[in-house]
Design a protein around this ligand. Structure first.
Ligand SMILES: NC(=O)c1ccc[n+]([C@@H]2O[C@H](COP(=O)([O-])OP(=O)(O)OC[C@H]3O[C@@H](n4cnc5c(N)ncnc54)[C@H](OP(=O)(O)O)[C@@H]3O)[C@@H](O)[C@H]2O)c1
Length: 340
């Protein structure tokens, strides 16, 4: 006996990865259905050894299904997630629509697994932003030991964080640098992304920050501790998959870099690769397809009392989205949802 699972947005980057992860982690699936927009009806997607044909989300009846893993944008989520939830199917949503709703838990299972129990108010659980997810996995065990006061983070985010069309844009632009005949103006990004970096992700806010930066602030508070101050600069880089972050942390109590390294080595979901030699750290291409959040370059910040610097890398389609969503489903199954 397993769960009746629906993957919504199954033709997208996150949806396809969710199918891979459900299979890799041998999630107890009894029946599975894959949905996307009408234009993708019949499109084949892989689930382990099986090939599944995509159906239309618009006409799907969620009655009798246990869990719907949503990976469509906020607009489609707004229309269809309440329908699924009302039909009794628990929605685990990857969009930003419900993350800041006080009646919807925002969960990273390594950090606040107990929060899943709050799903009953709306039958919906939110998955955080990709940059937040990997950062809080590293922050939580350090916060438990030395109380974090302030975090300064700069991100180096891959194009897959902006969907499948963004991957195509980087690929096409990269080729067109060598063959300018095929040159097309940017459409997913505001400027050329190939051989460039862009300090702008999501829309601008009134205070000059971007919404991606605001999300890191607000989500870290909701998941870890409302008293932690965060300031972020989010940058898109010409990498296909894998987000990197340079994180500066100021603690209330002293935390030695060696003790921090030991704490992170023991932390769930974290892999420390930190050798002070050529190549003794992890870069985005090495984290692709992995479950872990990798931490490198752990070192004291001697310019402040109780400061540490570290480098954090993870597969944004996995820990930043699909893996975290499946881990939430696992947590839900272990704690409260009956199979079948
Ligand atoms: N990529 C990341 O690192 C990441 C991380 C965290 C959260 N997220 C969030 O996860 C969601 C999916 O992201 P993604 O990167 O997988 O995007 P994507 O590659 O562009 O895929 C989007 C998926 O949504 C489907 N879709 C779009 N509009 C639809 C509609 N009106 N009805 C039914 N299906 C619709 C698409 O179906 P068609 O193929 O039929 O168009 C496709 O399956 C977004 O909310 C995103 O913000 C992404």
């Amino acid at each position: 006996m397993g769960y009746k699972i629906v993957v919504v947005g199954a033709t997208g980057n996150v949806g396809r990865e969710m199918l891979n992860i459900l299979d890799e982690r041998q999630f107890p699936v009894d029946t599975i259905e894959v949905l996307a927009s009408r234009r993708s009806i019949g499109t084949e997607v892989s689930f382990g050894e099986k090939t599944l044909k995509t159906k239309d989300l618009d006409t799907f009846d969620f009655t009798g299904w246990d869990i719907a893993l949503f990976a469509v944008g906020s607009e489609a989520t707004k229309k269809y997630a309440p329908i699924a939830a009302k039909a009794g199917c628990v929605v685990i949503d990857n969009s930003s629509l419900y993350r800041y709703d006080p009646d919807v838990p925002l969960v990273v299972p390594e950090v606040n697994p107990e929060a899943v129990m709050g799903y009953t108010k709306k039958n919906i659980i939110a998955n955080p932003n990709c940059s937040t997810a990997q950062m809080v996995v590293a922050l939580k065990p350090l916060h438990d030991r030395a109380r974090i006061k302030r975090v300064v983070v700069s991100t180096y985010q891959s194009v897959s964080g902006a969907g499948k069309d963004a991957i195509d844009e980087l690929w096409d632009q990269t080729k067109s640098i060598y063959n300018p005949v095929d040159n097309k103006p940017p459409s997913k990004f505001t400027k050329q992304i190939a051989f460039n970096v862009i300090p702008h992700i999501d829309v601008f806010m009134d205070d000059g920050s971007t919404k991606e930066e605001w999300k890191m602030v607000v989500e870290t508070k909701k998941i870890v501790d409302k008293d932690i101050k965060v300031t972020a600069t989010c940058v898109r880089v010409p990498v296909f998959v894998g987000h990197a972050e340079s994180i500066n942390i100021e603690f209330e109590d002293h935390l030695d870099e060696d003790e921090a390294r030991d704490i992170l080595r023991e932390a769930p979901g974290v892999m420390v690769i930190d050798k002070r030699e050529d190549g003794g750290y992890v870069t985005p291409v090495e984290c692709v397809g992995d479950f872990a959040t990798f931490i490198s370059r752990i070192r004291q910040d001697s310019t402040i009392d109780n400061g540490l610097n570290l480098w954090c890398v993870s597969d944004n389609l996995r820990k930043g989205a699909a893996l975290n969503a499946v881990q939430i489903a696992e947590t839900l199954g272990t704690r409260c949802l009956k199979k079948g």
